[in-house]
Design a protein around this ligand. Structure first.
Ligand SMILES: Cc1cc2nc3c(=O)[nH]c(=O)nc-3n(C[C@H](O)[C@H](O)[C@H](O)COP(=O)(O)OP(=O)(O)OC[C@H]3O[C@@H](n4cnc5c(N)ncnc54)[C@H](O)[C@@H]3O)c2cc1C
Length: 402
């Protein structure tokens, strides 16, 4: 045991019932945060979170832990900035140590076109409340002394946008903090229980079928990560979502002192350092839609090759672990939150490769929507019917590499 795993959680496991006011499918960050805020902000505790595996076994326990708000459109910047601020207060609020650390994020550019994108990013972010500056090579070197500004002689670093408030937090601790807070207030979490269908009364969804029997519900929310298409199909809801695999890896420990987060949109890769000192590296999602969680050598080799151009010290480290998650990538790269057009069935999806940072705000806003029956202003732009209304929230800046 060490300081990273020492905490004994005070989970309150409740006996399953046959009926709840709210049933949430999926015990990832979004499902558990919604349950937590239903309990803490609305006093709704007759809630079950149903998880096919163990909580956090999906993407919420597999991500590269980056929290940022430097998105490409005002609606997204405002939403993620709110989430970033909720994250900053989450340890105080829940009493759980989630290893939150503000680090700053350098989004580096190697071409004039790239620099134009970073300058634009800095302007729109700052205008919408997410402090971001355009910086030159010398400032980059001060923030990240390990960087090779020549980019291995091939990819010279011309500048970057520097997003001051970007942070990291340990992913599974975030899941546990929300689960513990919800369960202590009476929420039931059923692990190793798979939802196999939705129960309908006419058009309305009135419960779920599980591999342990039916459970009825006043309202059902789906927050099942990359499995959303299958769950939504039970309600005859077609979503503009495709499931893509995303891989990441960590190295052995490097000397402490790699303080920031570096992202490179032109080479499509990013890196930060974990509290243990390991270098945590990721890239773009696989272009081929798939439910496969198999990690590949191709992905590892190509990402390692790209990231070492500007950070040559990484060449001396060893790869310790590589893993994969399956992501619910929406057509416009923005989340889809809210009503589906089917009574009794709401969704939180389209979190793709960017949804860890959205967990606090996504959970808070979905809880408000469920409790009040009204869509909160902050997430109104992310309603499913935006596609039918031709109001897509196109934002390639959602992916950490664009
Ligand atoms: C490698 C990788 C790196 C990433 N890096 C970042 C990052 O740095 N920053 C960031 O913001 N985002 C990142 N993401 C994205 C982020 O992790 C996800 O968007 C987010 O965790 C989604 O949370 P969720 O609660 O919607 O889904 P999940 O955490 O995937 O939870 C869904 C849960 O539903 C369960 N489930 C599925 N089907 C059923 C069923 N039929 N019945 C019951 N339960 C079911 C699953 O077992 C799972 O536990 C990354 C993702 C990956 C894979």
């Amino acid at each position: 045991m060490n300081e990273f795993v020492e905490t004994l959680l005070e989970m309150k496991w409740h006996e399953p019932k046959s009926s709840y006011d709210v049933v949430i499918i999926g015990g990832g960050g979004h499902g558990l945060a919604t349950a937590y805020y239903l309990a803490t902000q609305h006093g709704i505790t007759n809630v079950a979170v149903i998880e096919a595996n163990y909580i956090g076994s999906g993407n919420s326990g597999r991500n590269t832990t980056i929290i940022r708000a430097n998105y490409g459109i005002p609606e997204s910047v405002r939403f993620y900035q709110h989430s970033l601020e909720l994250y900053a207060g989450l340890e105080d609020e829940t009493g759980c140590w989630i290893m939150h650390a503000t680090k700053g994020l350098l989004w580096i550019a190697h071409t004039e076109t790239g620099m134009r994108a970073e300058r634009a990013r800095a302007i729109i972010n700052t205008a919408c409340g997410a402090e971001t500056h355009a910086v030159g090579p010398q400032e980059i070197k001060q923030i990240c002394p390990q960087i090779d500004l020549t980019g291995n002689g091939r990819y010279p670093v011309l500048g970057a946008s520097y997003h001051v408030g970007a942070a990291t937090a340990r992913h599974d601790r975030v899941v546990w903090a929300y689960a513990q807070g919800a369960m202590q207030r009476g929420v039931t979490v059923l692990q190793h229980t798979k939802v196999t269908g939705l129960i309908r009364d006419g058009e309305r969804v009135v419960g779920v079928e599980t591999d342990r029997g039916p459970i009825s519900a006043g309202i059902v929310m789906s927050s099942v990560g990359g499995n959303v298409t299958k769950i939504a199909a039970h309600a005859d809801v077609r979503l503009p979502v495709r499931t893509h695999a995303l891989q990441a890896f960590v190295t052995n420990a490097y000397a402490p002192g790699f303080s920031g987060i570096i992202s490179d949109s032109e080479l499509s890769c990013y890196v930060s350092q974990t509290p243990r000192g390991q270098m945590l590296i990721g890239a773009e999602f696989e272009p081929q839609p798939s439910y496969s969680m198999q990690s590949t050598f191709n992905s590892l080799a190509s990402c390692a090759k790209k990231i070492t151009n500007c950070l040559p010290f990484l060449r001396d480290l060893r790869v310790l672990r590589q893993w994969t998650g399956i992501c619910d990538v929406s057509a416009d790269f923005s989340p889809i939150m809210g009503f589906t057009g089917v009574d009794g069935f709401v969704i939180s999806t389209g979190w793709g490769t960017w949804g860890f940072k959205g967990i606090p705000a996504g959970g808070e806003q979905m809880a408000q929507l469920i409790a009040t029956g009204k869509t909160p202003d902050l997430i109104a732009p992310f309603a499913l019917d935006r596609f039918a209304r031709d109001h897509a929230m196109a934002d390639l800046g959602s992916a950490g590499t664009r």
